[in-house]
Every structure is written in structure tokens, then in C-alpha cells.
Design a protein around this ligand. Structure first.
Ligand SMILES: [Zn+2]
Length: 91
């Protein structure tokens, strides 16, 4: 007779949930990349500020929490905030 407690069931549930979460994460990333949301991956990094055309640094130093989490720049020329897609952020 096999004996399974709540702990084992929890472990099994977590193991079974992991591929589902991984797939969900990939779907979110792909969808975000397609729709250009915060969760997307930008493979074509913008090279200049759309407002003042100042070159954007290749090495990005996050200036705030949002930039740390989702990427983006603060333009060194005009100080405008850009998202990771190089779009001007409206506050
Ligand atoms: Zn600028």
C-alpha cells in the first residue's frame, strides 16, 4: 500500500505545474515581442532618441525600477524616457 501525504501531493503538483508555467511564460514573451509590450524581447535595439536624435548608449544603465525591470532609456540629450522599443513614454 502506497502512502502519500499532503506534502508529497504538493511536490507533485509543483512538478506538474512547472512545464505549464514555462509554456505560459514563453507564450507571454512571444506575445509581448509581437505586440511590443513590456514583456517582449527587442532584438532590434533603437540607436537614437526619436525626439532629439541623440545616440542611445549601447550599454544601458537603468535609472529607475521600471527600466531595471522592463528596459528602456533616459535620453542623455533631452532627458525623455524611452521604453525598450525606443518609444517615447508618456507620463
Ligand atoms: Zn532625446
Amino acid at each position: 500500500m502506497m502512502s502519500i501525504g499532503l506534502g508529497e501531493l504538493l511536490v507533485i503538483a509543483v512538478i506538474l505545474a512547472m512545464p505549464v508555467l514555462a509554456v505560459l511564460g514563453i507564450v507571454l514573451l512571444v506575445k509581448g515581442t509581437k505586440d511590443k509590450t513590456n514583456l517582449g524581447i527587442n532584438f532590434t535595439i533603437p540607436s537614437a532618441c526619436p525626439k532629439c536624435a541623440a545616440p542611445l548608449p549601447a550599454v544601458r544603465v537603468p535609472k529607475n525600477f521600471r527600466q531595471m525591470m522592463f528596459g528602456g532609456w533616459t535620453c542623455s540629450g533631452c532627458g525623455v524616457e524611452l521604453d525598450k522599443w525606443g518609444r517615447e513614454l508618456t507620463k
